[in-house]
Design a protein around this ligand. Sequence first.
Ligand SMILES: CC(C)(COP(=O)(O)OP(=O)(O)OC[C@H]1O[C@@H](n2cnc3c(N)ncnc32)[C@H](O)[C@@H]1OP(=O)(O)O)[C@@H](O)C(=O)NCCC(=O)NCCS
Length: 167
Amino acid sequence: MPWAHEAPAPVEQTVELLRTFRGRFDLGQDFVYGVFSSDESEVVGGTGLHPRVGTGAMEIGYWVRASGAGRGFATEVAAALTRVALEFLTLERVEVRVDPANEASLAIPRKLGFVEEGTLRRRLHGPDGTPLQRDAVVFALLRSELPGTPVAEAHVEAFDAAGGRVA
Ligand SMILES: CC(C)(COP(=O)(O)OP(=O)(O)OC[C@H]1O[C@@H](n2cnc3c(N)ncnc32)[C@H](O)[C@@H]1OP(=O)(O)O)[C@@H](O)C(=O)NCCC(=O)NCCS
């Protein structure tokens, strides 16, 4: 991944990045999440709901650390966030944009019942929203298409910042 070439960043830089994510989350501008093992002892990856794709829609991004790959984490988080976006936020549309060369990532929206709509040239974003000057295969799932997909069966429990259950 072009955006991961500099990783791991110095800890001070990572703290700044996390503060930026947190600030944007609290302002309702962008929603980045950590992905943890079920006992919360291990950081497995990251994911996010990004409003950068227009009104009534959000884009989902995801990454999984190499040691956690192939265990279904990206599929699970993409399904859960898609359900949150379509059912709980009642958005009309969720997008996943994938580099055409990224076979593992292409497999995820396909497994979840997203529709492949086409390829946008030079329209891929990095995890912080930076344009990457790379092509993007656009997959989308509409709220009306949710019933019967694996997304509709995704297990979701959601809590607010004070620990109160919201879903
Ligand atoms: C792509 C990525 C998110 C996949 O995460 P993951 O947790 O390993 O994904 P999952 O285990 O949920 O599913 C991966 C699927 O891709 C398939 N797959 C893996 N490598 C593949 C390949 N080379 N060709 C075709 N399919 C492949 C797996 O078989 C699996 O499908 P299955 O469950 O039907 O067998 C992870 O490798 C990653 O973080 N890569 C770097 C960042 C990135 O590419 N992010 C996505 C940006 S759009």
